[in-house]
Design a binder for this molecule. Structure first.
Ligand code: BTN
Length: 269
């Protein structure tokens, strides 16, 4: 179910047990004229898609959610919605898996059991990590419109009960920290968190506040990174995220390079 705050803010949700891809479903709906504030949420995907043409595994019990939204802004501003989603997801999952520092020594004070701490962080451009392993990913797809504003689909996949196997990077599921969390709880927390952060982006302090928040929760600032781009591989130090959301890497010659698209690996290999 959609939490009250999201319903009050005008959101609707269409739920599925199993579907090919919630992003594909949302795009079809957009082409058929559906436009704003509509969530598609599924417990399983059979043809889930990831970034850069990759497949995304979503076995039964994980969360696949896509939001169809049509903000009244120039299309150049739309890419920043990926950061809104990242910040919203970071907050939602931090709430579900509070980390040690946030609990300030009052272990179990809220009465929840079977829980262990996790450090939640964002990894550029749009992954969510728990203790350094991938817990969730985001895929933004734009649907150009002939008339009116561009519709955007923000797809979010969260490993709730199972982490995909055989990936070139570590992955983890929420269940290994707290088996009591299910996909419905994640969706509700996420949908609520989305409303808050979208409001910041839309009405309040805008993209700058979102990027600042994203940067404050970024994993690996100051560490060595290897960035795979279409132009080739870049090695350097992950220095920051600039105000446009670009990854700033300092290379061996001390040159700062702003990266708009690529895959990041921490370390030197
Ligand atoms: C990535 O890290 O590569 C992005 C993964 C995005 C997966 C989500 S699950 C919901 C939505 N539907 C899809 O087919 N993909 C996104």
């Amino acid at each position: 179910p959609l939490p009250l705050v999201a319903r009050e803010a005008g959101y609707r949700v269409i739920g599925f047990d199993s579907i090919g891809s919630t992003n594909a479903e949302a795009i079809t709906a957009a082409r058929a004229g559906e436009a704003d504030k509509l969530w598609f949420a599924a417990l399983q995907q059979t043809t889930g898609r990831g970034r850069r043409g990759r497949a995304w595994e979503s076995p039964y019990g994980n969360l696949a959610a896509s939001l169809l939204i049509q903000p009244n802004v120039p299309s150049a501003a739309l890419a920043s919605l990926g950061f809104v989603a990242g910040v919203a997801l970071n907050d939602a999952l931090s709430r579900l898996l509070p980390d040690v520092s946030m609990r300030s020594g009052v272990d179990g004070a809220d009465g929840r059991i079977g829980r262990s701490a996790a450090r939640i962080a964002l990894k550029w451009p749009n992954d969510l990590l728990a203790d350094g392993a991938k817990l969730a990913g985001i895929l933004l797809e734009a649907i150009p419109r002939q008339y009116g504003h561009t519709a955007v689909v923000i797809g979010i996949g969260v490993n709730v009960v199972a982490a995909p196997q055989g990936l070139p990077y570590p992955a983890v599921a929420l269940s290994s920290f707290n088996p009591a969390i299910d996909a419905a709880m994640v969706f509700e927390t996420l949908a609520e968190s989305w409303v808050r952060w979208y409001d910041v982006w839309d009405n309040g302090q805008g993209t700058a506040r979102i990027i600042e928040r994203w940067r404050d929760n970024a994993a690996g600032i100051g560490s060595e990174v290897v960035v795979q781009r279409s132009q080739g591989v870049l090695r350097g130090i992950f220095e920051s995220i600039d105000d446009a959301g670009h990854l700033i890497v300092r290379d061996d010659e001390g040159q700062r390079i702003a990266i708009t698209a690529g895959d990041v690996h921490f370390g030197t290999t």
